[in-house]
Design a protein around this ligand. Structure first.
Ligand SMILES: [Cu+2]
Length: 150
């Protein structure tokens, strides 16, 4: 009886492995980026700076990298990171990319990574901003961020 159950279990296990390997082979490795909770801080223009924040999730099976962004509302955009220096002062510096490993999550948030939007006009709560995220593997990804007063 034990031997019979063992054989049946073995047969099922082999079947599961075959099905899983077939799935893996049929899906070429590629990143799949999901963007949640994208927002831009409201500002009073003209020609001021603000930033966009969001959560990026790579639900695909290959790594990707955020290397920049574009938006028609901004004269210039950049990928920045705010850090606190030894004296406790907040400093903002340009970063050349943000890695998005397969299965990983990256947070763009106040006090951390952000998409800097430079030279924008007034943005009030309820407005929306179209942003194109430049992903090295996936290519451009267009998103809509909501303006919040915060
Ligand atoms: Cu910045």
């Amino acid at each position: 009886m034990f031997a019979g159950r063992g054989r049946a279990f073995f047969a099922v296990a082999v079947l599961v492995i075959l099905v899983l390997s077939a799935c893996v082979e049929s899906a070429p490795p590629r990143p799949d980026i999901q963007v949640d909770d994208a927002w831009v801080r409201a500002v009073a223009g003209p020609n001021v700076n603000t930033a966009a924040y969001m959560t990026l999730r790579n639900v695909g099976n290959a790594p990707d990298r955020l290397s920049g962004a574009r938006s028609e509302i901004a004269r210039m955009t950049g990928l920045h990171r705010t850090t606190i220096d030894d004296e406790g002062l907040a400093r903002m510096g340009e970063v050349d990319g943000l890695d998005l490993p397969a299965g990983g999550t990256a947070q763009l948030e106040p006090g951390g990574f952000h998409v800097m939007l430079m030279g924008v006009g007034s943005l009030v709560e309820g407005d929306t901003v179209e942003i194109s995220l430049l992903l090295e593997v996936h290519g451009p990804l267009d998103i809509v961020a909501e303006v919040r007063a915060f």
